[in-house]
Ligand binder design. Structure first.
Ligand code: BG6
Length: 469
């Protein structure tokens, strides 16, 4: 049995659902400059907002104006928690102001109050893929140590303001994605001639210090806060039992443990230091940084899990897409409409590997199936494929708890209401229990409709995960 206070819920990110991108004094974020199309989003965002281009985040699903209706639907499903993020540029439009934007703060007052009205705990990601564009332009975002001060001013403002409304926080969404998609994760696009490792790992150091300072600050503002890290968990298999394939597998996952090792243990691992040296990275650190990292370890690990990957000693192989990276196809697994493998057992393995390594509570804060949903003639949306995906993943998650003894706080499937895809900017890649009438070109009535998975998830929550049929 899962614990009685298990946090069932759903997850979104501000920039992928709120829309209202200039409302009430909001500034421009890097996400607001991202067009649709995987490659285009990365390539074009540094040019700002251009005329005659479509930017999906500008309206998204207009959660900013529909949040009451949407939270009511979440409450009807029985959510115990709702994971969202605070759009940094609603609070500090350019990122470097000394005073926050009151109207932006008021929006989240209303949003969190609405959640609490139904007994839904807000779970807040402080920074989810939306850096203030002004900071990216003027100081190069996390390349610069100056970002730490701007981020901490943002943290202090929201920690104080929502001190009695929000208990669960995460400092950065998928911090390890910095090395896979620095544009999205950190507002950094490498310039011609800039070296990958020195720039990105220096940025990583700044983010790790900022995260540690935020944890300490948060606990000093409210000792009841539970502040976590958040990583994309890219489960890896070695392609064969050839020892060198297994070694590749270890190297592949170590790239990601580099971040969680620091955030959970409070120092760079010896292997992490060797890795940096091998890559020619000589981190510029302030004398107090080691102490900061030591005193700012996280309370829990939030992670996303969608698909697994295969590592091989052989180069030049055909690959298929997965979340934020391409992988060698796995002949034992089926794939989603977007080519991502579907691997429920991979989630049980992820929970085991993380818990064995760190021994602190885990929280599955993203998991789900991006699929094309079609309305039937009577308007119903029969997303049985999504139910099947979630059912199998929840079953494996329960085995990890019940059979393997993993300590798990909760489960918030991604995109509990349809929203803009981070990877592609599409609307047609849908994850929700709630359908939103909006298409890839920004056309639609924004009307909300329950899918078949809505009633199914409601039953799952009501039975605390016992009834998955
Ligand atoms: C996660 C991100 O990596 O994957 C989300 O935290 C994102 O922001 C999710 O939306 C699913 O990816 P995509 O590309 O299907 O939106």
């Amino acid at each position: 049995m899962l614990q009685r206070d298990f946090l069932w819920g759903g997850a979104v990110a501000a920039n992928q659902c709120e829309g209202a991108y200039r409302a009430d004094g909001k500034g421009i974020s890097t996400a607001d400059c991202m067009t649709a199309g995987t490659a285009e989003r990365k390539r074009e965002y540094t040019r700002g907002i251009l005329p005659n281009k479509y930017y999906p985040s500008h309206e998204a699903i207009d959660f900013y104006h529909h949040y009451k209706e949407d939270i009511a639907l979440f409450a009807e499903m029985g959510f115990k928690c709702f994971r969202t993020s605070i759009n940094w540029t609603r609070i500090f439009p350019n990122g470097d102001e000394t005073k926050p934007n009151e109207k932006g703060l008021e929006f989240y007052d209303r949003l969190f109050a609405e959640c609490l009205k139904y007994g839904i705990e807000p779970v807040v990601t402080i920074s989810h893929y939306e850096t203030p564009y002004h900071l990216a332009e003027t100081i190069g975002s996390w390349r610069s140590r100056e970002m730490i001060g701007h981020y901490l001013r943002f943290c202090k403002t929201i920690f104080r303001r929502y001190r009695d409304k929000v208990r669960y926080w995460m400092t950065f969404n998928e911090i390890n994605v910095l090395v896979l998609n620095p544009e999205m994760a950190a507002g950094i696009r490498l310039e011609e001639g800039e070296a990958f490792y020195p720039v990105l790992y220096q940025a990583a150091h700044h983010m790790l210090v900022a995260s540690a300072e935020a944890v300490k600050l948060g606990h000093s503002i409210n000792p009841d806060f539970r502040i976590g890290m958040m990583m994309l968990y890219p489960a890896f298999y070695g392609e064969t039992c050839h020892p060198l394939d297994q070694l590749k597998c270890l190297e592949a996952i170590d790239i990601h443990y580099f971040f969680s090792d620091v955030q959970v243990r409070g120092y760079y691992s010896s292997k992490g230091k060797k890795f940096l040296a091998r890559k020619g990275v000589n981190l510029k650190k302030d004398p107090q940084d080691e102490e900061i990292l030591k005193n700012g370890t996280v309370d829990y690990i939030g992670f996303s899990y969608y698909n697994s990957n295969v590592a091989s000693r052989q180069l030049d192989r055909d690959t298929t897409p997965g979340n934020m990276m391409h992988t060698i196809p796995n002949p034992y697994l089926k794939a989603s409409d977007w080519g991502w493998t579907v691997d429920p057992v991979g989630l049980r393995l992820a929970l085991n590997y993380l818990y064995d390594r760190y021994q602190i509570p885990l929280f599955v804060v993203e998991n789900g199936l991006g699929a094309v949903d079609k309305a039937e003639a009577d308007g119903s949306i029969c997303d049985y494929y999504r139910i099947a995906y979630l059912r199998e993943h929840i079953a494996q998650m329960k085995l990890a708890v019940e059979e393997d003894g993993v300590e798990l706080m909760g489960y918030t499937p991604w995109g509990c209401i349809d929203l803009v895809s981070a990877g592609t900017g599409e609307m047609k890649k849908r994850y929700g229990f709630v359908y939103v009438d909006m298409d890839n070109e920004g056309k639609g009535t924004l009307a909300r409709r329950k899918k078949a998975s809505f009633a199914w998830y409601q039953k799952v929550i009501a039975s605390n995960g016992e009834d998955l049929d």
